[in-house]
Design a protein around this ligand. Sequence first.
Ligand code: PLP
Length: 418
Amino acid sequence: RQTISLFSSLPPTPLDEPFSVNGAYIQDSHPQKVNLGIGVYRSEDGAPWPLRVVEDAEKELYDAKNVGRHEYLAIQGDRAFLQLAADLVFGFGKGKSSAPAVIEDPRSRVVSVQTVSGTGANRLGAELLARNIRPGCVWIPDPTWANHHTIWELAGVERKTYPYYDSVSQSFNFEGTIRTLSESARKNDVVILHACAHNPTGADPTREQWDALAKLCNAKGLIPFFDLAYQGFASGDADKDAWAIRHFFNDMHMPEFCVAQSFSKNFGLYGQRVGALHVVTRPAVHDVTQDLQATLCHLIRGEYSMAPRGGAEIVRTVLADQRLRERWFEDLTTMSQRIQRMRHTLYDELLKLKTPGDWKHIVNQIGMFTYIGLSEPQVLAIREEYHIYMLKSGRISISGLNERNVGYVAQAIDDVVR
Ligand code: PLP
């Protein structure tokens, strides 16, 4: 009888830091504990906040008593949802596009499939490119959302990094990025770009810098891969947050690139797993979109058959109805403004305390996260002594702050940096 399990010598796997920090926070019974670890929106009460418009749409869907509501979707996903999702990213139907004249309708250059949220879109895109384009490598920003590494490792593509963050100026390292990609990237290499609200630093390129990045990708034949996890959530304005993608598409005529779109944060539908992968194709004599769609559906079918339908129906219901859309914009404003307010309050508190250091980046950075600027020992000390949880890089989720705990957090930061 075999006594050793087939699984007794599995290679060690890294812990997922945001989820393990969240687990440690839940276990902690300290009354003043603060969770700045996980990237989810929290209200002023520190509670989850189902968007009001989502609750309205859910009610509408429920009342409609559609007997087909639990049926299978197409492998591609919910087509009406996909068209609305693509419109949201690319701004189709919002006036003139300067896309190359060969193709009348710029929509026809984009193949969209529904995915298991943003993670699934990143994964499917990686799988598509790994199997069919065989890129020399993928260029991943350093630092980045840690799952980019896992996703591309599993897709079997060599990973290289470009220096995204300048810790002295606490902003996007434009020179370092351009230098690295100019000197070392090769044709058909993939470049991961956070479309807005870079996770974990909250530091984004300026419009001029995006323009230079697009020119570089175009000149070198690189394949941009946009990760769009915070559209509308970052600035409160869904058009503004999609600016970089639309610039690549409309103004820079970027021939082929991918967009991984998530509705986790901007609709608060984290566990519903709503997302899409959009692949932009070259306007070509031979239309490749049908083959591309078939290839994506083949990958989806073998992996999980199709994405779940519930959350996508909610998003579709909202985006298809002008009245609900307006309500969604209001909810986006509520979330993004609360985050902005918390950035300013934390900054003001640190100024009041005369905490050593320059904290201006807290208000300059955008979105859910800030690289607060604490070292790993300081992060551990703040957890040990104050029960405040953040990632060891010093990434904090601003949405974990509220009027009641922000003074306490500022005091704790002040203490550990002195
Ligand atoms: N990409 C980035 C940069 C993220 O921060 C996240 C979530 O935190 C995701 C993708 C994917 O999230 P989800 O799979 O929930 O859509």
